[in-house]
Write a protein of this length. Structure first.
Length: 143
């Protein structure tokens, strides 16, 4: 199963929250792909992650929503390498990056208004366009 995944000094994913399964990978690898289970299926119990604030936990659930299994665990797979140990490390790094992304608080959007001059410029351009199109039309067809 391995060790805990340390994300920051205070946030870590304990080893008991991780379930690692090796399965056969698809793709290149010659006969090796038929014999050796190198693809890693890593499942993480999100509720067991230590040191997360409630807001960060909510962000993590939102980020991981499309990767949850029936029990609500995060499912991470890795088959980038032809070596099982490197795939385990790659999957652990994916979990580390996802949890680190959930720790970042999004900046609050500040409501702003467009300047009055911008609205006036837009209307000027519309008037100019309308006049140009009127000028292009056949004479005597004033509306």
């Amino acid at each position: 199963m391995g060790d805990a995944i340390v994300v920051t000094g205070t946030v870590r994913v304990p080893a008991r929250a991780l379930t690692v399964r090796a399965v056969r990978a698809s793709g290149p690898g010659g006969q090796n792909v038929n014999k050796v289970a190198t693809k890693i299926d890593l499942r993480v119990d999100l509720d067991a992650i230590e040191g997360l604030s409630e807001a960060a936990r909510a962000r993590l659930h939102a980020l991981a929503a499309h990767r949850l299994d029936a029990e609500g665990r995060l499912v991470i797979t890795s088959q980038a390498e032809r070596n099982q140990a490197r795939n385990v490390e790659d999957a652990r790094e994916k979990v580390r990056r996802l949890v680190r992304a959930a720790l970042v608080r999004p900046r609050a959007r500040v409501a702003t208004r467009a300047p009055a001059a911008a609205g006036e410029r837009r209307l000027d351009v519309k008037r100019h366009r309308a006049a140009l199109k009127r000028w292009r039309s056949r004479p005597g067809r004033e509306e």
